[in-house]
Design a protein around this ligand. Structure first.
Ligand code: FAD
Length: 407
């Protein structure tokens, strides 16, 4: 008997059928499977892809940023900012670390509380599969679901690999990002079928694209990175690195901001605080008037970006020639450069989907639907979206733990 396969008869020992069916063998589905199976349930995870947990595999540049030590509800976007609190409080970063450590996996903190696996992301997938196998759960891959109904106390899940009649159905089919590796609208469709509302979905943690002159300017300095504070229209601020690309802007600060951005809105870039620009240039005008303005900017920003920013001002490149108004203009340009992205790169490259199954209609303790007994939604399909940096996996583990314990 094996834990993973694409043939139900080979996978499932003859005997009672699954009590819990989980749709999606991603981060949330595998973890919920472990928790439910450890509670003594007969668990079958079904997935339409060829391989389980492809997003774990490609995450964190192949090293899986599996959690964040700064995990708290304020690091998540949701229409109900309190919804995630209960699950996160009951299964936090150290709980997941404990599970990994039992398999001798080790980790390191990169920055801002972000924990990465030393043994690469494949080792995380393997430990989840091992725990699932030890608990008695099974995963049926290349399984296409054609219909779900609930004629009585149990669901009828009709698939190309058989029909199942579980009392509990956990939807862990993720969001819409990266359709190439199996993302689908399945979870939202099931939610709607059972009367749930969906908080409008949009790509998150995704690069911005620009058109016209801004596109050309950014493309000309693609590959350049600089520290920046990005402010979105709702005044959310992120101070991290930004990267110029052939299409526009990327890098952690931009990816973070994108989750708070709506089409048509502007963002503001601050490279240096205005007060510092004013005081340092005013001081240098007296003490070092022959110094080039670009030599001063380049103390803070890369040369190609400095040339781009200064070229746009049309000023003479000597600090001694700057008037107070010129210094104000530079301060404005370096501290509050407001630009409007044309769009984002969309679900093709987005790390997450913002929005999802409305949390008003789910129990925050168990993730069970308030509209349909036995139906659960966990992970990214729910309207809970983490910041960049391991928060999305932590939500997957925590929500899966809540549902897996409850079924
Ligand atoms: C490139 C990239 C890098 C990332 N890096 C990180 C990171 O380092 N840290 C972090 O916290 N987050 C990261 N994320 C986000 C993280 O991967 C997701 O938030 C997380 O995987 C969500 O888990 P999930 O189980 O809800 O969904 P998924 O992991 O997406 O799993 C959903 C599963 O459902 C299956 N499925 C979908 N539709 C159907 C259907 N119709 N029938 C059957 N099965 C179906 C899919 O095949 C998939 O296996 C990254 C995302 C991407 C795209």
């Amino acid at each position: 008997m094996t834990v993973l396969g694409s043939n139900f008869d080979e996978l499932w020992p003859s005997g009672p059928s699954p009590e819990v069916v989980i749709v999606g063998a991603g981060a949330a589905g595998l973890f919920a499977g472990i928790e439910a199976a450890r509670n003594g349930k007969r668990v079958l995870i079904v997935d339409h892809a060829k391989k389980p947990a492809e997003k774990i595999r490609i995450s964190g540049g192949g090293r899986c940023n599996f959690t964040n030590l700064e995990t708290k509800a304020s690091r998540f976007i949701s229409q109900n900012p309190h919804f995630a609190k209960s699950a996160l409080a009951r299964f936090g970063p150290w709980d997941f670390i404990e599970r990994m450590s039992a398999h001798k996996l080790t980790w390191h903190e990169k920055t801002l509380g972000q924990l990465f696996c030393d043994q690469k992301s494949g080792a995380i997938i393997q430990f989840l599969l091992d725990d699932l196998e030890a608990a008695g759960g099974r995963i049926l891959m290349e399984c296409e679901i054609s219909e779900i109904t609930k004629p009585d106390a149990c669901f009828t899940v009709t698939t190309n690999k058989g029909t199942f009649r579980p009392a509990s159905l956990i939807i862990a089919s993720g969001g819409l990002s990266i359709p190439k590796i199996g993302a689908s609208s399945f979870g939202y469709d099931v939610a709607k079928q059972f009367g749930h509302s969906i908080v409008e979905t949009r790509p998150g943690l995704v690069p911005f694209t620009f058109s016209g002159a801004l596109h050309d300017r950014f493309a000309a300095i693609s590959g350049v990175a600089a520290p920046v504070t990005v402010t979105t229209q709702d005044k959310t601020r992120f101070s991290e690195a930004m990267l110029f690309t052939h299409r526009g802007l990327s890098g952690p600060a931009i990816l973070q901001a994108s989750s708070y951005w709506h089409p048509g809105e502007a963002i503001t870039l601050e490279y240096l605080p205005a007060e510092r620009v004013r005081s340092e240039l005013t001081h240098a005008r007296n003490t070092d008037p022959k110094k080039r303005v670009t030599d001063w900017i380049v103390e803070y920003l890369p040369g190609r970006l400095t040339a781009d920013i200064f070229g746009e001002t049309g000023l003479r490149n000597q600090i001694g020639t700057l008037s107070n108004a010129d210094i104000d203009r530079l301060a404005e340009r370096l501290s509050a450069h407001t630009i409007s992205p044309t769009a984002t790169e969309g679900y093709r490259t987005a790390e997450v989907t913002v929005g999802g199954v409305n949390t008003d209609e789910l129990s925050s303790k168990t993730m069970e639907s308030k509209l349909c007994e036995g139906l659960y939604f966990i992970g990214e399909v729910v309207d809970v979206t983490g910041w960049l940096g391991g928060y999305n996996f932590q939500w997957a583990w925590a929500s899966a733990h809540a549902a897996g314990e409850a079924v």
